[in-house]
Write a protein that binds this ligand. Structure first.
Ligand code: CUA
Length: 235
């Protein structure tokens, strides 16, 4: 497995604070926002240019067809500037696309790198089976179908499978990871508010796949500690 700690360190330094840092939800929202913003700007520029050109070369009663200096059918437009315009637009597009790729990749490396960086993270084992999930807490306590974790604290999940290929995911927490027999995949989440989040299996794994659901209950830190203390007494 690759060690991204160096990149994660870079991402945390103020030098590279252009990368979003926070919960997965925050990071993915930032990426979505940047793409939406750039897409909107490009869309406005392209459509405006098209409308302006369409207006410029319009045909109406005050202008005769032949007065307008426009290419005839089958004729190539004159090259006024030796393709400078084309070169500029290609360069601009390349800069935008490469910057987007680098920025998105850097942000996602941080998402991938974080688990090993956090000291006070809660680590929970997730074992998928036909058809459900077994959660194992650091003290060995196990529960099926319900995962409890504290708010505002990184929870690292070590995911594996007892039988066939499964996939553990929760859309609200922006997590999704393969559960493969004999392998452990690691992912993490940071819930920003308390409540109950849905999670499910995202890999067709048999007749009970659709019923392979689990709840992730996010508690206040104090509530979680309280539950953590009493859970072994038959809770
Ligand atoms: Cu397990 Cu689908």
């Amino acid at each position: 497995m690759l060690d991204f700690s160096f990149i994660s360190l870079l991402a945390r330094s103020s030098l590279l604070s252009i990368f979003p840092i926070g919960s997965r939800t925050f990071i993915f929202d930032q990426i979505f926002f940047i793409f939406l913003l750039l897409g909107t700007i490009v869309g406005i520029v392209v459509i405006s240019y098209m409308v302006i050109q369409a207006y410029r070369y319009r045909e109406d009663s005050t202008r005769k067809k032949d007065d307008i200096d426009r290419p005839k059918l089958g004729e190539l437009p004159p090259q006024e500037d030796d393709g400078n315009k084309l070169l500029k637009s290609l360069l601009l597009s390349a800069v935008v696309v490469i910057a987007l790729v680098v920025w998105t990749y850097g942000s996602l490396l941080y998402v991938e790198a974080q688990p090993s960086q956090i000291d006070d993270a809660l680590t929970i084992g997730v074992e998928a089976y036909q058809f459900g999930f077994l959660f194992t807490y650091p003290d060995g306590y196990q529960s099926t179908g319900v995962l409890r974790a504290p708010v505002d604290r990184v929870t690292v999940l070590k995911i594996t499978s007892r039988d066939v290929l499964h996939n553990f995911g929760s859309p609200d927490l922006r997590i999704k990871a393969d559960a493969a027999p004999g392998q452990v995949s690691e992912t993490w989440f940071l819930a920003e508010s308390t409540g109950t989040y849905d999670s499910a299996c995202y890999e067709l794994c048999g007749a009970g796949h659709s019923y392979m659901l689990a709840e992730i209950i996010i508690l206040e830190e104090s509530e979680f500690e309280q539950w953590n203390k009493t859970k072994n007494n038959g809770n």
